[in-house]
Design a protein around this ligand. Structure first.
Ligand code: ADP
Ligand code: MG
Length: 711
């Protein structure tokens, strides 16, 4: 038992952590492979991992055996192909290593084929029409670019997890990993063409990397269990504001309370064991809101790790008598949670393409890449918005919260200034000594470090990467990164073609900058993205402002999107349609669950509680007769609120039934948004008013002041 907290935490390592010793102990890492595999097998596997070439069956058999031996030594009895279906969470089906012998015993076996391929009965995963039920068998295929790892649970089970892609028999992607891997290849191929055209003949591949900062809330489990809405929907559907919110900024970066600190320590240990580079932890803006950021990794590994981070956050919380809320908006009135997706591109020999660099060549390369990305984001803002769409995230993006639903890019004033001047053919002026030379006469000097930060921008340049801030806290980061990689691939493809044909590359670079600013400067915005003026200005500029999920998801099936994802073999038309259908349906299902939970709570908890109070008031009035004006006034107000709540409850039921009866997914989602959600909001207002008038001991659920301030 851990001595740090009184909540039954079982982690013995928590008291005394030797980080280098425990880091990666549950990962079948390159180091372990080198120790345990014959030299040739090791080399062949590394080649497969780095070059993406196929794995020989003989090699697979040897790797599987070594993996099994290692896992069994560490206590594993089972293995699973771990994959990421379109539900947004992860899936695993455990098989033990046992194989019966003729003597009636068992031996522990794991074949090359079992490592490489699995056939889960996948009929219950959403496929959006890609797979008819009688052909339900999808298959899982080992993604050896993401290392196998062990998962431990509190009961002492240890399972060997093999990260896999999940496809239909025709090879259509039924998961989030497959398109991500495809998009990584696409951006690498096109970025290399740009580098070649700029004279780089050394780098052979480009990897897109991500560091995803994960925000979350913690709540006491006792309070959580009394909230059906938190249990079923991950957010509170009702609740009056606590007297205090986040206005004093006393939570952000504040001292971490002991109970939370014990949780974070335990979380770090679990993550480190799985090779996840948990690096930064701190209090976030809202009360009981926190953040964890790992060190960035390739988008594929970062996406796998982020899934494990979310799972582990929830698992470890329970050991501490806490529940971790990953929903984008658990509470009205205070900030919601996001996932800042810090994205960059790096060559295999370590050149960060988003780093302005120190040589004239680097500077030119940086400007070209930057222009490509500005064009990409402006041309496909709708798609980027679509990848962040969910019923939960609508409470952030559609409401007056960070960031808005309008996509714009922040570059900082200096960089914007330089681009502007270049586009006009002027020489950029030297502002201070930190500027770097770019060499080519007409090209400018670049600021060495862009420390200028803008916290309100949805897509902000932060010196050597772009920080995409729209991603929701509960979402898989795969979708947004599939989009970033693919739109970058398209832009680089165009730029590479121009540079390859150009007589003078330096002149062409300038032309590219000019054209980018002429056609896409509307996407650059360095001001306050939360302001009402920006919404107006963005409208003038013609930037899309897509407030809700049903509209945002339509960006997946436009001719533009089908052309884009098809051209780079990332997602076919059918695969895009399936995603549109699945995510639109998910939106409706989530809102239906919210409506059902709300109806149960109002019928079985809130209306009865308010009625009990009216009985108390009625008794008091009867006892006191004429001298009970306050009681009478209260009884009258509560009576009116009860009438209104009852009316809106019936309306919610009618609207929900109507929405559920609609066949077409997009029409259904629109009905849930326009009729069900709006009615739910009105019902909430009635219930919250009732809560504010009802005695504390009669109100059947813990108040916001309990949820947000008693931890
Ligand atoms: P902040 O909250 O100030 O934005 P954090 O330290 O919380 O910063 O998170 C920054 C994230 O960006 C980390 O995950 C970090 O590893 C990641 N990061 C840093 N450099 C790069 C890079 N070149 N490419 C991608 N991600 C990066
Ligand atoms: Mg951060």
């Amino acid at each position: 038992m851990c001595t740090e907290c009184n909540y039954g935490c079982e982690s013995p390592e928590v008291s005394n952590v030797n980080v280098p010793k425990i880091f990666g102990t549950n990962v079948f890492s390159k180091k372990i492979m080198k120790e345990r595999l014959p030299k040739d097998t090791y080399k062949s596997l590394i080649k497969t991992m780095e070059m993406g070439v196929g794995l020989e069956p003989d090699t697979a058999a040897v790797v599987a055996n070594a993996m099994k031996d290692w896992a069994i030594e560490k206590g594993a009895t089972h293995y699973t192909h771990w994959f990421q279906p379109l539900t947004g969470s992860t899936a695993e089906k455990h098989d033990s290593f046992i194989s019966p012998t003729s003597e009636g015993g068992v031996i522990m076996e794991f074949s090359g084929k079992q490592l490489i391929q699995g056939e889960p009965d996948a009929s219950s995963f959403p496929s959006g029409g890609l797979r008819v039920t009688f052909e339900a068998r999808g298959y899982t295929a080992w993604d050896c670019t993401s290392p196998a790892f062990l998962k431990e649970d509190a009961a002492g089970n240890v399972t060997l997890c093999i990260p896999t892609a999940f496809c239909s028999y025709n090879g259509e992607a039924l998961d989030k990993k497959t398109p991500l891997l495809r998009s990584m290849s696409a951006v690498s191929a096109q970025a290399i063409r740009v580098l070649r055209a700029l004279g780089n003949d050394k780098s052979s591949s480009v990897v897109s990397s991500v560091g995803s900062e994960q925000e979350y809330f913690l709540v006491d489990k006792e309070f959580y269990l009394k909230h059906l809405d938190l249990i079923c929907c991950g957010r509170t559907l009702f609740g009056t504001q606590a007297p205090k919110g986040q206005e004093l900024s006393d939570q952000y970066f504040g001292a971490i309370k002991d109970r939370v600190s014990a949780y974070m320590k335990d979380l770090d240990v679990e993550l480190w064991k799985m090779g996840i580079t948990s690096k930064t932890k701190h209090n976030e803006v809202a009360p009981t809101q926190y953040e964890m950021a790992p060190v960035f990794a390739s988008t594929n590994i970062a996406a796998d790790h982020n899934q494990l981070v979310m799972e582990t956050m929830q698992k470890v919380a329970l050991r501490h008598g806490l529940v971790c809320l990953l929903h984008e908006k658990p509470y009205a009135g205070v900030n919601g949670s996001g996932k800042h997706n810090n994205w960059s591109l790096t060559t295999n020999d370590g050149i960060n393409l988003l780093d302005p660099g120190t040589t004239p060549e680097d500077n030119a390369q940086f400007l070209v890449v930057l222009c490509g990305l500005l064009k990409a984001v402006d041309s496909h803002a709708d798609i980027l918005r679509g990848t962040c769409a969910s019923s939960g995230n609508d409470h952030r993006l559609g409401a007056n919260e960070a960031p808005p639903a309008i996509i714009s890019a922040f570059l900082g004033s200096e960089l914007t200034d330089i681009l502007d001047k270049l586009a006009k053919g002027e020489k950029a002026a030297k502002k201070d000594a930190a500027f770097l030379k770019i060499g080519v006469d007409t090209l400018p000097e670049l600021p060495k470090d862009n420390t200028d930060r803008n916290r309100t921008s949805p897509f902000a340049f932060t010196g050597n990467r772009f920080e995409f801030r729209m991603v929701g806290s509960s979402q898989s980061i795969s979708g947004p990164n599939v989009a970033l990689n693919t739109i970058a691939a398209e832009a680089f493809d165009e730029i590479a073609s121009r540079l390859e044909k150009a007589k003078n590359v330096n002149t062409e670079i300038l032309n590219i900058i000019k054209d980018t600013l002429k056609n896409h400067s509307r996407i650059i915005f360095n001001g306050n993205n939360y302001s009402a003026e920006w919404a107006k200005e963005a409208e003038k500029r013609g930037l899309p402002n897509i407030r809700t999920t049903p509209d945002a998801l339509k960006s997946f099936i436009t001719p533009k999107a089908i052309k884009l994802f098809g051209k780079y073999n990332v997602l076919s038309k059918e695969e895009l349609h399936s995603r549109f259908e699945i995510y639109t349906e998910q939106y409706s299902m989530n809102l239906n669950i919210e409506a059902q939970a709300a109806m149960q709570m109002v019928r079985r908890l809130y209306i009865p509680a308010a009625i009990r109070y009216t009985v108390e008031l009625g008794n008091s009035i009867a006892a006191m007769g004429k001298s009970a004006p306050v009681q009478k006034e209260l009884l009258d107000t509560i009576g009116k609120l009860l009438t209104s709540a009852n009316k809106n409850l019936k309306k919610l039921e009618t609207e929900t039934n109507k929405a559920n009866a609609i066949d077409k997914v997009d029409k259904q989602a629109a009905a849930f948004r326009d009729k069900v959600l709006t009615t739910l909001d009105i019902l909430r207002a009635d219930i919250d008013s009732l809560e504010s008038l009802t005695p504390r001991d009669l109100w059947p659920v813990p108040a916001y002041s309990d949820l947000l301030f008693k931890l």
